[in-house]
Design a protein. Structure first.
Length: 226
């Protein structure tokens, strides 16, 4: 008898647990139903507004867009989904690259800014402005005919400059300028006796000879031009 009562109690306990479990499931289902109802109440106005806006927009473009074209576009977008995802992945990769290059580009910009400041302090920009002014004066001072003649004679001009800038020529001119500056500071005796005395100096006679030779060359060229 006691065994039967024990088994009966066990069955009642199991039945009680099942009833409690069913009650919990019913309560959970009721809560889910209430949540769905609340969600529908919240979403329905938004959905109605979206449908209204979509209807209005479609009414505006219904004369220009066919429904079959719209469906074809949707199908193409659906087929191109993998490519779109790949493109978005590439965009993400580019964004990561830009995040990496951002500090580097900032450092390069700071270095370039420092270099420009140093160049400005040294006078490079002032020299460039002065050079532009010189170029402007040159351009405004020469006519088209002058530029044409310059182009015809540019080889001769460069050859002359090349000959004038030879080391021995520049050394000679530099020494001559220094000596002339020194002689101009010293007192000069212009009496005939002093001048005749200077004629006995071999260097003076050599200089006069070279001067006469140069004058002869200039005179010959002037005669050919005449």
């Amino acid at each position: 008898m006691e065994q039967e009562i024990k088994e009966l109690n066990q069955k009642i306990d199991a039945l009680t647990e099942q009833v409690a479990y069913l009650a919990q499931q019913a309560q959970a289902a009721e809560r889910a139903r209430e949540e769905r109802s609340e969600l529908l109440r919240d979403v329905m106005p938004i959905a109605n507004d979206a449908m209204r806006l979509a209807t209005e927009q479609l009414q505006e473009i219904q004369d220009f867009v066919d429904l079959r074209d719209l469906l074809r576009l949707v199908k193409k977008l659906a087929r191109a989904t993998p490519f779109i995802e790949q493109m978005l992945d590439q965009i993400d990769g580019i964004k990561d690259l830009l995040d990496v290059l951002g500090p580097m580009s900032k450092e390069l910009f700071n270095k370039a800014e420092n270099m420009m400041d140093v160049a400005d302090h040294k006078g490079y920009f002032a020299f460039a402005r002065g050079g532009m002014k010189i170029m402007d004066n040159i351009v405004t001072s020469f006519s088209e005919d002058d530029i044409a003649q310059l182009g015809d004679n540019v080889v001769l001009i460069l050859r002359t400059i090349k000959q004038m800038t030879q080391p021995e020529v520049m050394t000679f001119l530099n020494k001559a300028v220094i000596d002339v500056e020194k002689e101009t500071e010293a007192p000069v005796d212009i009496s005939y006796r002093a001048l005749l005395g200077q004629m006995r100096d071999p260097n003076v006679r050599r200089g006069l000879g070279l001067t006469m030779r140069m004058l002869r060359t200039v005179g010959a060229q002037a005669e050919e031009k005449d």
